[in-house]
Design a protein around this ligand. Structure first.
Ligand code: ADP
Ligand code: GLC
Length: 488
């Protein structure tokens, strides 16, 4: 039976995006709707979102505590999914990054902002905020929505709740004073509720109170139950393992399609793979690198933070360029990494080029133009770029972890022999191991027949959202049963 699902998230592509969560929040609701569910996406009405909306209507005003909230309705571009924006000028009408200011520091009022958003979602979910539409289930994502399951647990009758962990490393931790300012019930200040080593954790609200928990790959679902990857929450997650499911993300097969990609100078597919080379040449030009089509070109796109293992790449740069190989990197993040990359370009200007910033089109052109795509992540809940790479016949070299291990089939002789190899993985998080994996990929690249076979196997993978959406559908029924049991 179809369900009414309220999908709560802090970012949605193309309205606002800082990372993979935005892609998931656009792809999954669309696929759920295509599977017959009735979905509403809800997110805060950030300044930049409101300024860029083409069509939007006010569909209600209501009070959340002392704050006035306006609900704005639009349609998620490129879909028929109704999207609600929770508008409150003080909390959300500011431009820039949704979570931090231009100096890279979290907005000082983040706790109040997302508390307000979460309370607004609860009011809507309970049918107390205007629209007559009431969900059967609220699907929450990451810490910004963690208070929703917690607050709903206080209601005698409520919709079911699912909480998806996209990244356990960001938990939404705030001090006790902030907890008091939010005026949350005392029951939430306890180590078995929201308290986490003397702080308040938004994330724990989701982990403890949601009927069902998911994370974005089976591998990461296992890993977060261990001290190494559990960020101090492994015990709690272990205790909920019966309610924790790993479901690999899908990708938008239309947006990320080398045969139709509007960002490319030359589209290509499995039948005319040679055309991919035009994109390589153009990419070198765009990055002001000398064009040498015989030399492997390695691409990277992502947030320049510890999670992504960029330090390993910095450590091995001299070796990588002397393979020889060229390297193009698109990213932004911590300034120490940005600066070290800028420095590296100075000493290897014919081999390395870096674009510090955010550029959606360039991300597509790197996926298409590079031969090899590098992701040495320390941990990776799912990762989307390796799936984009596979689809573009750009062979991923990845640390075997989380979603990377679940989506890339490593090129052992047996896997090559049986035609299932799609990439190269390394097992120890170590710069030399990563370098050895790159060397392995380059050796394969030199063997044209094998390389093409790996590229074609990669391009045949089906990462469409419909498969993952079917798994979420099953889970929604389980969550509903849990909720019914709880409310008697
Ligand atoms: P995460 O969510 O941890 O950042 P994912 O691999 O799930 O990692 O998703 C990252 C998404 O953000 C991808 O769609 C990727 O292309 C995009 N992205 C990351 N950094 C940039 C950038 N500097 N420019 C353009 N796109 C970027
Ligand atoms: C997080 C993770 C990433 C995942 C994305 C979408 O940001 O770091 O691995 O792909 O969420 O689920």
């Amino acid at each position: 039976m179809a369900k009414r699902i309220l999908f709560a998230t802090s970012e949605v592509y193309p309205l606002i995006k800082t990372g993979g969560l935005a892609d998931v929040s656009a792809g999954l609701p669309r696929a759920l709707q295509a599977a017959g569910h009735e979905v509403r996406v809800i997110l805060p009405a950030y300044g930049d979102v409101i300024d860029n909306l083409e069509q939007a209507y006010s569909v209600g005003r209501f009070k959340v505590g002392d704050a006035e909230v306006e609900l704005i309705e639009t349609i998620l571009p490129g879909s028929d999914v109704i999207t609600w924006l929770v508008s409150n000028k003080k909390a959300f009408a500011r431009s820039g990054n949704p979570y931090m200011n231009d100096d890279g520091n979290p907005w000082v009022d983040n706790a109040e902002r997302f508390h307000l958003f979460d309370k607004a979602v609860v009011e809507l979910a309970q049918g107390r905020a205007g629209p007559s539409w009431k969900p059967d289930l609220v699907h929450c994502n990451d810490w910004q929505t963690g208070l929703i399951p917690a607050l709903l647990s206080l209601e005698p009758v409520r919709p079911a709740t699912v909480f998806t962990i996209h990244n356990l490393a960001y938990q939404g931790l705030f001090d006790f004073e902030t907890f008091q300012q939010l005026d949350l019930p005392d029951v939430f200040w306890h180590h078995e509720t929201l308290e986490y080593f003397g702080q308040m954790s938004f994330m724990k609200g989701g982990l403890i109170y949601a009927d069902q928990l998911t994370t974005v790959s089976p591998g990461y679902a296992e890993e977060i139950q261990t001290p190494e990857f559990g960020c101090g929450l492994d015990g709690l997650l272990g205790s909920r393992s019966d309610s924790l499911t790993g479901i690999v993300n899908g990708i938008d097969m239309v947006e990320w399609n080398p045969a139709r990609d509007k960002h490319l100078v030359q589209v290509y597919g499995k039948l005319n793979l040679k055309q991919k080379l035009v994109n390589k040449t153009e990419l070198c030009r765009e990055f002001a690198l000398p064009v040498d089509t015989g030399m492997p070109l390695i691409g990277m796109v992502g947030r320049l933070v510890n999670q992504k293992g960029i330090d390993l790449v910095l450590e091995e740069l001299d070796q990588i360029v002397s393979i020889p190989a060229q390297l193009v990197i698109l990213g932004s993040g911590e300034s120490k990494y940005e600066n070290r990359l800028r420095e590296a370009v100075k000493s290897h200007s014919d081999r390395i080029s870096v674009y510090i910033g955010y550029d959606e089109g360039l991300a597509h052109r790197i996926e298409a133009g590079a031969d090899i795509f590098l992701m040495p992540s320390r941990f990776e809940p799912c990762g989307l770029n390796q799936m984009y790479s596979l689809r573009y016949g750009t062979i991923p070299v990845v640390h075997s972890i989380g979603g990377l291990a679940d989506t890339v089939v490593t090129a052992t002789p047996e896997n090559i022999q049986s035609g299932i190899a799609t990439g190269v993985t390394f097992y120890e998080l170590d710069a030399e191991e990563m370098y050895a994996a790159i060397r392995h990929a380059v050796a394969l690249y030199k063997n044209k027949a094998i390389w093409k076979q790996i590229q074609l196997a990669a391009m045949r993978q089906d990462f469409s959202w419909s498969k993952s959406a079917a798994e979420y559908s099953k889970l929604y029924y389980r969550a509903k049963d849990d909720a019914v049991m709880e409310v008697g």
